[in-house]
Design a protein around this ligand. Structure first.
Ligand code: SF4
Length: 371
């Protein structure tokens, strides 16, 4: 397995963040990298934002600062489509990988790879959040505003998160990644309510549109090792992208996945097709002039995002669902990210009655965890 781990060119540390244990751990793990203390992260962010190649430059710098607001938030999902009642922990912001379609290019005004180091506040806020949400099953993850494991060789946050949630019996923690940065995971006793999940795509899309990410076969191999260790694993085929030959190439990945990873360890597979706000199109065109993904036939959905015309989305989903079922995934909960009721009904044959019914469905492999 090839591991190419992120190393920044420089670390900026907010002066008031030096004493946090997480800051010390990261700096120890980056002992060869220049460090600069800064008074105010806002000024640094503004300076980077007025420079050329903001996104490229931002990824070369690591900023250690405090989360001054809430760490835990509901996943924003998208209006008018079925949400999956997911909560996100804003621990790391931004990602060292560089996928053409990445929504963070549009969503985050801060281009630096940023780690929030005030973990005491995180645990305190989580305690309060979980006390308020004792009634049902909760799914929570760190992989919405960054990649859950891309910085784990520096932060080692996976260990703390898995340990914190291990005894929280009504919570399912998901760490979602495209990397093979699993060294820490392999050292931890598996927790039955933790899911390590990989975003997968066809080999061509991974190669052409997911710069810096390991090959799909390496991701699958990492998933195999983590599943063999005893962790539950999940997969996200998202964004599924159409191109001549997509059926065959997605089929190859699904075959490889089921040949490598025990379906009994897989707790969910989500599907989502290419979608993005129109303003991201301009950014993609400018940053990735050779990509073709934005020039397919796209329509504006109810949420204002560009996406494939419904019959094309249905065709993609039906084919991929058939492939998953044929290769041994009949019992694995499948769900859509940001899709309409009609797509659920026509592609999966049912529509969740509400967020509770969706939670019950997605937590079904975790029967003993339920309160
Ligand atoms: S791995 Fe995810 S967060 Fe990172 S660049 Fe790709 S899409 Fe964005």
């Amino acid at each position: 397995m090839i591991e190419s781990q992120y190393l920044p060119q420089k670390v900026y540390v907010e002066k008031q963040s030096f004493d946090f244990p997480l800051t010390k751990r990261i700096l120890e793990n980056l002992s060869q990298i220049p460090i600069e203390a800064i008074e105010n992260p806002r000024d640094l962010i503004e300076n980077i934002r007025i420079s050329r190649n903001i996104r490229e430059k931002g990824k070369t710098y690591l900023l250690l600062t405090r989360q001054k607001g809430e760490f835990v938030k509901p996943c924003p999902c998208t209006p008018y489509y079925i949400g999956c009642n997911y909560f996100i922990i804003n621990l790391d912001l931004n990602c060292p990988l560089d996928c053409t379609y990445c929504i963070l290019q549009h969503y985050l005004s801060n281009p630096l790879i940023t780690v929030h180091v005030n973990l005491d506040d995180l645990w305190r806020q989580l305690d309060v959040f979980l006390r308020r949400n004792r009634a049902g099953i909760l799914r929570i993850g760190t992989g919405e505003l960054g990649d859950s494991l891309a910085l784990d060789h520096l932060t080692e946050n996976s260990k703390g998160l898995i340990s914190y949630f291990r005894e929280k019996r009504n919570v399912i923690l998901e760490l979602k990644t495209k990397t093979v940065n699993i060294k820490n995971i392999l050292k931890i006793e598996p927790a039955q309510n933790t899911v390590i999940a990989w975003s997968l795509n066809s080999r061509r899309i991974a190669r052409e549109e997911e710069a810096g990410a390991p090959l799909v076969e390496e991701r699958i191999d990492a998933a195999r090792r983590v599943a063999e260790k005893g962790f539950r694993v999940g997969f996200h085929f998202d964004p599924i992208i159409r191109y001549p030959g997509w059926e065959e190439e997605y089929g190859e990945v699904i075959k490889r996945l089921f040949n490598a990873v025990d379906p009994g360890q897989m707790v969910w597979i989500s599907l989502g097709s290419l979608r993005f706000p129109p303003s991201l199109k301009t950014i993609i065109k400018e940053r990735f002039p050779s990509t073709k993904i934005i020039f397919d036939e796209l329509i504006k959905g109810k949420d204002g995002k560009l996406r494939y015309f419904k019959p094309l989305r249905l065709e993609l989903y039906k084919k991929i669902i058939d492939l998953i079922k044929n290769w041994g995934g009949e019992k694995i909960p499948l769900y859509f990210c940001m899709e309409s009721k009609e797509i659920w009904r026509r592609a999966l044959g049912w529509v969740p009655k509400g967020q509770e019914s969706l939670q019950a469905y997605l937590s079904s492999p975790f029967g003993p965890l339920k309160k």
